[in-house]
Design a protein around this ligand. Structure first.
Ligand SMILES: N[C@@H](CCC(=O)N[C@@H](CS)C(=O)NCC(=O)O)C(=O)O
Ligand SMILES: *[C@@H]1O[C@H](CO)[C@@H](O)[C@H](O)[C@H]1NC(C)=O
Ligand SMILES: *[C@@H]1O[C@H](CO)[C@@H](O)[C@H](O)[C@H]1NC(C)=O
Length: 233
């Protein structure tokens, strides 16, 4: 194959950025990783994603692709490689379902998680925790139909929903620390806790997420919360 240039603009703790790294690892694609400072975005980021000015951005042979789920699907199509590393299922109906649940995660889980970290009012925080757990319980229900007896949403190997959700796992410690609760113990999830253990052991996930240590995320969020509190006094 001709020389390929693959760049990823991201930040180490972004659940959206981590999805892109997991997908690239899964496909065995070599890439250059560029850590962005979101307080001081690079010219390359502003040019590559002029609409949202957000990470992650994948730049493939000079052409930028934005929005994490779109990037993951692009990677799946641009590097079809072996059938076994396909991120989207073959069947159109299965593909539609995978996209539905990945979209559900984006619409519901990120928001509830952010509210756990941000809300200063106890009642709001409790509601956020409840919402967060409910989203996981809904996904837990979807798992059985999805996994067809396999370890992952994708069945015997990871698929789009696994990639979309696994990247959140490195934030769970943070949600638990600042929400003062245990996520799985507060939920009625029967299958997802085991899924979480298994997916974190999956080589592509493990390698893709190696830069995002849960303890470092807790430390950083602590730092920003203190700064915000100091600023509001
Ligand atoms: N829907 C986007 C979300 C990306 C996103 O929220 N990126 C954040 C970091 S996690 C960002 O770049 N924020 C910078 C800003 O908003 O200025 C995706 O899936 O890629
Ligand atoms: C912002 O980034 C540029 C290069 O990307 C660097 O030269 C500059 O010092 C940075 N500014 C701050 C305030 O960090
Ligand atoms: C794909 O998976 C099948 C069944 O799990 C296996 O027999 C085959 O060797 C795999 N192919 C590749 C290229 O990994």
């Amino acid at each position: 194959m001709a020389h390929e240039e693959v760049k990823v603009l991201s930040t180490w703790l972004s659940m959206f950025g981590l999805r892109v790294l997991i997908a690239l690892k899964h496909k065995g694609v070599q890439y250059e990783y560029k850590e962005e400072d979101l307080q001081n975005k690079s010219e390359l980021l502003l040019q590559s994603n002029p609409v949202h000015k957000k990470i992650p951005v994948l730049i493939h042979n000079g052409k930028p692709v934005c929005e994490s789920l779109i990037i993951v699907q692009y990677i799946d199509e641009a590097w079809p490689s072996s059938e076994n590393t396909s991120i989207l299922p073959k069947d159109p109906y299965d593909r539609a379902n995978a996209r539905f649940w990945a979209d559900y995660i984006d619409k519901k889980l990120y928001d509830a998680g952010s509210r756990i970290l941000r809300s200063a009012v106890a009642e709001e925080r409790e509601q956020a925790k409840k919402d967060f757990v409910e989203v996981l319980e809904t996904l837990d229900g979807a798992f059985l139909t999805f996994s067809k007896g396999g370890l992952y949403f994708g069945g015997d190997d990871i698929g789009l929903v696994d990639v979309a959700l696994a990247s959140f796992l490195c934030w769970f410690k943070c949600y638990e620390t600042f929400g003062d609760f245990k996520i799985w113990e507060s939920s009625k999830c029967s299958r997802l806790p085991k899924w979480a253990e298994d997916v974190l052991q999956h080589a592509s996930v493990k390698e893709g997420m190696a830069i995002a240590h849960p303890d470092k995320i807790v430390e950083l969020v602590q730092f920003y919360k203190k700064k915000l509190e100091a600023g509001s006094k």
